[in-house]
Design a protein around this ligand. Structure first.
Ligand code: PHE
Length: 392
C-alpha cells in the first residue's frame, strides 16, 4: 500500500488516541458540573473532528478517488477498517466517561440519613388572640355569634347612642383619643363633631341593634383605646362585648351566662367571683365582675377559695341590663324588648388564666416573652379537646 497513505493513517490514529485520552483525563472526581460538561464537550469535538464530514479520514477517502481502481479498493478497505476500529474505541471511552458522570450524580444525590435535622423556629400565637378564640368557643356553645365594628368610631356610636349625651360627666371616665373632625352621611349632623378611637367595644352593640334583626345574641371581640398606662392598663387593649336582646332575658340570665363562662374559661368550678354594683350610662342596673386572685413574687394566680390569704379582687368585666334609652336610640321599643350586655377585658382574663403578671408586657413585642407565653399555632381551642392550650 502507498507508504504515504499508511503514514497518514497512522498519524490520524495517533491524534485520535491522544484526544480520547484527553477526554478521559478530565478530573471527574472533582465532582463539579463544569468538569463533567468539559469532558462531554471534548468527546463531542473528537467525534466531529474524526468522524464528521470534514474529518481527516473523510479527506483521505476523497483523495483516494483519484487512485487506480485496484489500489483504491485496497486503500478504501484500510481506511474503513481504521474508521471502525476508531469508532469502537470512541464508544468505549464515551461509555466509560458517561458511566463515571452518572455515578458522580448518584453519589451527589444520595441522602445522608445520618445528617442531623435542620433546626427551625416555629412562631407562637400571642395569648390575646388565643384567649379570644377560647372565649368564642365557649360563647358559641351558648348560641352567640360574632359581630365586628370599626376601631375608628364616631361620637354617636361610642357615646351618644349609649346614653352618654354631650357634656355627660360619664364621658370623663374614658380618657379618649380624639381624631380630627370628619363627616359621615348616615349620622345626624350635630353628632358629627368628633371622631375617636373607640374606648370600648360597646359601639358594636349599637351597630348590631340598629340592624334590627331580633332576637340578638352576639359577642364582639376587638381592640379598644384609652389614654391609660399602668400595670393593669394599656393605651390599646382588647375587649369582648356581649349583647343579648329578646323579650324576656333578665339579670338572672346575665349572672348565669357570665358565671358559666368564667367556670368554662378557667376550667375551674370553684373560681371565686363577685358581682359588684357599678354604673355605666348604657346599663341599668349595672355591675362589675371580679375574680379572686393573688399577686406574689411578680406572679398572678387565680384562687379557688374566698378564704385564702392575701386575696385580691381583679375586675374583669362590666355588665348590666341594657338601658331603655339605648334601646330607643337603636329604634327598639323598651316596652317590648329587653336584654343584657357585658364587656370584658381580654388581657385581664388572659393574665389570670396564664399567670402573666404585667398587662403591659402583652404589647412589648418581645419575642422571648412570646415564645414563653405564646401558643402553638396548630393548637386551636375547642371545647371537645379542652380549652387550655398546651404552652410550649
Ligand atoms: N363598655 C364598658 C367598659 O368598657 C363595659 C360594659 C359593657 C359595661 C357592656 C356594661 C355593659 O368599661
Amino acid at each position: 500500500m502507498d507508504a504515504k497513505l499508511t503514514a497518514e493513517l497512522k498519524r490520524i490514529e495517533q491524534d485520535f488516541r491522544k484526544k480520547l485520552l484527553e477526554s478521559e483525563k478530565y478530573d471527574i472526581d472533582e465532582k463539579t458540573n463544569l468538569t463533567q460538561n468539559l469532558a462531554q464537550a471534548a468527546l463531542e469535538k473528537t467525534r466531529t473532528d474524526f468522524f464528521g464530514k470534514k474529518s481527516h479520514l473523510q479527506k483521505v477517502l476523497h483523495k483516494i478517488g483519484n487512485a487506480k481502481p485496484q489500489e483504491r479498493a485496497e486503500q478504501g478497505v484500510a481506511i474503513n477498517l481504521l474508521k471502525e476500529k476508531m469508532l469502537l474505541e470512541f464508544e468505549k471511552t464515551r461509555e466509560k466517561v458517561e458511566k463515571q458522570i452518572r455515578e458522580q450524580k448518584l453519589q451527589k444525590e444520595k441522602i445522608d440519613t445520618s445528617m442531623p435535622e435542620r433546626t427551625h423556629k416555629i412562631g407562637a400565637l400571642h395569648p390575646t388572640p388565643q384567649v379570644i378564640e377560647e372565649a368564642i368557643a365557649i360563647f358559641a356553645e351558648m348560641g352567640f355569634v360574632c359581630a365586628e365594628g370599626p376601631d375608628v368610631e364616631d361620637d354617636f356610636h361610642n357615646f351618644v347612642a349609649l346614653n352618654f349625651p354631650p357634656e355627660h360627666p360619664a364621658r370623663q371616665m374614658h380618657d379618649t383619643f380624639y381624631l380630627q373632625a370628619g363627616k359621615k352621611e348616615s349620622v345626624d349632623e350635630k353628632l358629627l363633631e368628633k371622631w375617636l378611637l373607640r374606648t370600648h367595644t360597646s359601639p358594636v352593640q349599637v351597630r348590631t341593634m340598629l340592624q334590627g334583626k331580633l332576637p340578638i345574641r352576639v359577642i364582639a371581640p376587638g381592640r379598644c383605646y384609652r389614654s391609660d398606662s399602668d400595670q393593669t392598663h394599656t393605651p390599646m387593649f382588647h375587649q369582648i362585648e356581649g349583647l343579648v336582646i329578646d323579650q324576656s332575658s333578665h339579670f338572672g340570665h346575665l349572672k348565669t351566662c357570665l358565671s358559666d363562662f368564667v367556670r368554662a374559661f378557667f376550667e375551674n368550678e370553684n373560681v371565686p367571683i363577685r358581682f359588684r354594683p357599678s354604673y355605666f350610662p348604657f346599663t341599668e342596673p349595672s355591675a362589675e365582675m371580679d375574680i379572686a386572685c393573688r399577686r406574689e413574687d411578680g406572679k398572678i394566680n387565680i384562687l379557688t377559695s374566698k378564704d385564702e390569704e392575701k386575696l385580691e379582687w381583679m375586675e374583669i368585666l362590666g355588665c348590666g341590663m341594657v338601658h331603655p334609652n339605648v334601646l330607643r336610640a337603636c329604634n327598639l321599643e323598651p316596652e317590648k324588648y329587653q336584654g343584657f350586655a357585658f364587656g370584658m377585658g381580654v388581657e385581664r382574663i388572659a393574665m389570670l388564666k396564664y399567670a402573666i403578671a404585667d398587662l403591659r408586657t402583652f404589647f412589648d413585642g418581645d419575642s422571648a416573652w412570646l415564645q414563653h407565653y405564646g401558643f402553638s399555632p396548630l393548637d386551636a381551642p375547642a371545647l371537645a379537646r379542652g380549652l387550655r392550650a398546651q404552652n410550649f
